[in-house]
Design a protein around this ligand. Structure first.
Ligand SMILES: *Cc1c(COP(=O)(O)O)cnc(C)c1O
Length: 484
């Protein structure tokens, strides 16, 4: 496509070949901006070609984030690429569309609203931003209450399970709130509600429960947490609230488990976040936070800007952002409706079961995920004598599959798992294919000597401690980050 059409005068020739053109023959500088311009076709080709070396997003089974949307929605998104979401006065329809999404999602989560009452919520870049905002609201509410009572308000803490996603650690560090984590144990990889409530004290701004643990997809028992917390609040006179991090499960539970009480049906749940770009079925770049009521979002956190036109309330960390994702979320909500989301989620669940059964049939894995939860399969090797999960992960890359291996957090660090997230676009054919390829990898590994030596492989299982500077340790560090 890139035809060199450079003028003869600058020493170039009319080479009718894409890759023999001068621009593609000389490598571009990597650390400073090049002095000269290049033709647009050449720039496109160079970048496009380098990007071919990225993994294929559709085969990236590490991520919960959407990798496929209908072409009609792609079209809407492309058309909105040049719209800055924050210019609400200039793009009132986009603003209205975001508000419709907030209202629909709030009602999906059973917010106590009258028929036409406006819900309190905000569109964000993802769950991480949503969680920062939710956390700030809890912190401010707690501080205001403590100040009014004449009590110290400088040592806020938050209680979560050790399985929380990294954004909670970020929130705690960035906004100076102590993170009190309930430790896990082998075979139990979510927050124990009783232990969490035990850790609550007068400085606790909220307990954060996860609907769909990142590590194994399991739902935490929000109902039990709610009941135990109310009991404690009644005894102590505190009113410690709950936030539900439903980043992945918020668009699963309402469709697959409508009876499960995890949302605003529980009185202690004051806010909920969800990633629109996970099972909300939109490409990366959108999340939501919904508050139970106006009282749960302190007014002083809301900024009112008027220099873009009329008064606009905003409560976000960033100012400018694209509009495409908001529009795409609206597309999915109205295009699929409850019926459509339900069938997508049921299909994901069935494919997860298919994969789980396939893996069980190999006889080589323990399944660490639950049938009840986010559709994913987390599994670990039964036998670590010769090989470990990191090697399985590495070898699957050769088939194009991206399946991460990672270690569990405290106190279950000695457990390593592989995790396959089932998204809408992971078809049955691909599920069957993956089982086949995993079987091939196992056969191949069986023929190979242990890569790290027998002792190291055993070390993974906790039997022998692994030397700090070993290759294995480096490999573990590199791969233990959970991508989601
Ligand atoms: C993915 C995830 C997050 C972070 O969400 P982003 O939308 O990627 O910012 C937070 N918590 C949980 C439980 C998650 O699964």
């Amino acid at each position: 496509m890139v035809l060199s059409e450079a003028k003869l005068s600058d020493g170039d020739s009319y080479i009718q070949s894409t890759f023999a053109s001068r621009h593609l023959q000389t490598p571009l500088p990597r650390f400073c901006m090049p002095d000269n311009s290049i033709p647009k076709e050449a720039a496109y080709q160079i970048i496009n070609d380098e990007l071919m070396l990225d993994g294929n997003p559709r085969l990236n089974l590490a991520s919960f984030v959407t990798t496929w949307m209908e072409s009609e929605c792609d079209k809407l998104m492309m058309a909105a690429m040049n719209k800055n979401y924050v210019d609400m006065d200039e793009y009132p329809v986009t603003t209205e569309i975001q508000n419709r999404c907030v209202n629909m999602i709030a009602r999906l989560f059973n917010a106590p609203l009258h028929e036409s009452e406006t819900a309190i919520g905000v569109g964000t870049v993802g769950s991480s931003e949503a969680i920062m905002l939710a956390g700030l609201a809890f912190k401010r509410r707690w501080q205001n209450k403590r100040k009014a009572q004449g009590l110290p308000f400088h040592k806020p803490n938050i209680v979560t399970g050790a399985n929380v996603q990294v954004c909670w650690e970020k929130f705690a560090r960035y906004f100076e709130v102590e993170l009190k984590e309930v430790k896990l144990r082998e075979g139990y990889y979510v927050m124990d509600p009783a232990k969490a409530v035990e850790m609550v004290d007068e400085n606790t701004i909220c307990v954060a429960a996860i609907l769909g643990s990142t590590l194994n997809g399991e739902f935490e028992d929000v109902k039990l947490l709610n009941d135990l917390l109310i009991e404690k609040n009644n005894k102590t006179g505190w009113d410690t609230p709950i936030h539900v991090d439903a980043a992945s499960g918020g668009f699963i539970a309402p469709f697959l488990y409508p009876e499960l009480e995890w949302d605003f049906r529980l009185p202690s749940v004051k806010s909920i976040n969800v990633s629109g770009h996970k099972y909300g079925l939109v490409y990366a770049g959108i999340g939501w936070n919904i508050w139970r009521s106006k009282e749960d979002l302190p007014e002083e956190l809301i900024f009112h800007i008027n220099y873009l036109g009329t008064d606009q309330p905003t409560f976000t960390l960033n100012f400018s952002k694209g509009s495409s994702q908001v529009i795409a979320q609206y597309y999915q909500l109205i295009r699929l409706g409850f019926e459509g989301y339900k069938s997508v989620m049921e299909n994901c669940q069935e494919n997860a079961m298919l994969l789980k059964v396939g893996l069980e049939k190999t006889g080589r894995f323990n399944i660490v995920s639950k049938d009840y939860g986010v559709p994913l399969v987390a599994f670990s090797l039964k036998d670590h004598n010769l090989h470990n999960e990191f090697e399985v992960s590495e070898m699957l890359r050769r088939f194009g599959w991206i399946v991460p291996a990672y270690t569990m957090p405290a106190d279950a660090q000695h457990v390593t798992v592989l995790r396959v997230v089932i998204r809408e676009d992971f078809s049955r054919t691909l599920a069957e294919r993956l089982v086949l390829d995993i079987t091939k990898v196992l056969h191949e590994l069986d023929q190979l000597p242990s890569k790290y030596g027998n002792d190291y492989a055993k070390g993974i299982n906790g039997a022998i401690s692994v030397p700090k500077d070993s290759t294995l340790e480096t490999l573990r560090e590199k791969t233990s980050k959970v991508i989601c």
